[in-house]
Design a protein around this ligand. Structure first.
Ligand code: MG
Length: 319
C-alpha cells in the first residue's frame, strides 16, 4: 500500500459543502511554499530505520543500479515479499508493521462510518478508477437520471482543485470537495470528517468519487456499501490483471465509454474475462454517459441498494 508511494504523509483539505470555505488550518507544513500546503493534517511519520549494508555489485554495473540475484534475468519483482511492496531503507517486517498500523486504524474508522450510515439508511458507494475513466461525467449523468427522486450528495476526492465538485453542484446536488494534497486516495478519517458537514438525509444516496488511482484506494475502506470500479475502454483491457487489488475489492465494474468501442482496438470481452478471473463474483455493466447505454441497469442497481439500506434502517428502528 502507500508505504511505497509515501502518500500517507500528504496534506488533506476538506472543503465545505457547496463550495464554501476550507477547513481551518491545523498546523503549518514545514517548508510550505503554496497555500494548500499550509492547511490540513499529517499522518504520523514512520521511524527512519538503520541503513542496511549495500549488496556486492559488479564493477560493470551503472551507478544506482541494484544487483540482481539472478544474472541475466530481465524481471525484477518487488511484490514477492510478505509486504508485497518495496520502499528503500525499509525491511519487509517494518513495512508490514506500518501497513497494519495504518490500515488497522483506517478499518476501525471505516466501521464507525458504516454504522453511522446504516443507522440513517444512507447507501454509500465508493467509485474508484484510473484518472480519466469518466467518473465525474458518469456521476453527473446518474444524478440527472435520478432527477431528484432520491436525495443525493457527493464527496469528491482530488489532490487539488474543486473542479469536479463544481460540476456536481451544477446539477443541483450538494457536493463536498476533499483535496488530499500529496495523498493519492481518500481514507476513512477524511470521510468521517466530511459526513457531519453534509446534512445528509435519511434513506439517501452518497456517492464518493475517490482520487483517480487504481492502486492505493483499493486498500482503504471508507465505510461504503460497495466499491464500484470504473474501467474505460480507452484504457488497456489488461488493467484488471495489472492492477488486480482494485478489481478484487469491487462488487461492481462499469466498463465505461462503450460508445467509443467502434473506434478502438479494445476487446471488451477480454477485459471482462480478465476482471472475472480476478474476482469471479464481480458484476459487470457496460455504460456510456454519452449515449446512456447501460445506465438504466446502473440506476436499477443503485435503487436496489437504496431499498436495502432503507430496509436496514427500518429494521434497526424496530429492534
Ligand atoms: Mg473526476
Amino acid at each position: 500500500m502507500c508505504t511505497t508511494c509515501g502518500c500517507g504523509s500528504g496534506e488533506t483539505r476538506i472543503g465545505a459543502l457547496g463550495g464554501g470555505r476550507p477547513a481551518p488550518a491545523v498546523h503549518p507544513h514545514p517548508g510550505a511554499t503554496r497555500a494548500w500546503r499550509a492547511v490540513g493534517e499529517h499522518a504520523p511519520t514512520p521511524p527512519t530505520p538503520p541503513a542496511r549494508p549495500a549488496p556486492a555489485r559488479p564493477a560493470s554495473m551503472p551507478p544506482g543500479a541494484v544487483p540482481d540475484t539472478v544474472p541475466g534475468h530481465h524481471h525484477l519483482d518487488f511484490g514477492s515479499g510478505p509486504a508485497h511492496a518495496h520502499a528503500p531503507g525499509l525491511s519487509q517486517a517494518q513495512m508490514l508493521r506500518i501497513e497494519r498500523d495504518i490500515l488497522g486504524k483506517n478499518d476501525a474508522r471505516a466501521a464507525e462510518n458504516r454504522a453511522w450510515l446504516a443507522t440513517r439508511g444512507i447507501f454509500a458507494l465508493n467509485l474508484v478508477s484510473s484518472p480519466g475513466s469518466g467518473k465525474t461525467s458518469l456521476l453527473v449523468r446518474t444524478l440527472q437520471l435520478l432527477g431528484g427522486r432520491v436525495p443525493a450528495a457527493v464527496i469528491e476526492g482530488d489532490q487539488q482543485t474543486e473542479f469536479d465538485a463544481e460540476r456536481i453542484r451544477a446539477t443541483g446536488v450538494p457536493a463536498l470537495q476533499i483535496n488530499t494534497g500529496k495523498g493519492c486516495h481518500l481514507d476513512a478519517d477524511m470521510v468521517a470528517r466530511a459526513l457531519p458537514r453534509m446534512e445528509l438525509a435519511e434513506d439517501s444516496l452518497l456517492l464518493i468519487e475517490n482520487v483517480g488511482n487504481l492502486v492505493c484506494p483499493a486498500a482503504f475502506d471508507l465505510g461504503e456499501a460497495h466499491k464500484v470500479a470504473i474501467l474505460s475502454v480507452t484504457e488497456g483491457e489488461d488493467k484488471p490483471l495489472k492492477y488486480p487489488d482494485m478489481f478484487a475489492a469491487a462488487d461492481l465494474m462499469l466498463l465505461n465509454k462503450v460508445d467509443l468501442l467502434p473506434y478502438l482496438a479494445f476487446d471488451a470481452g477480454r477485459a471482462i474475462d480478465f476482471a472475472l478471473r480476478v474476482n469471479p463474483r464481480l458484476r459487470v455493466l457496460r455504460t456510456s454517459a454519452t449515449t446512456g447505454e447501460g445506465l438504466d441497469e446502473w440506476i436499477a442497481w443503485i435503487e436496489a441498494g437504496l431499498a436495502t439500506a432503507r430496509a436496514g434502517r427500518a429494521a434497526g428502528v424496530r429492534a
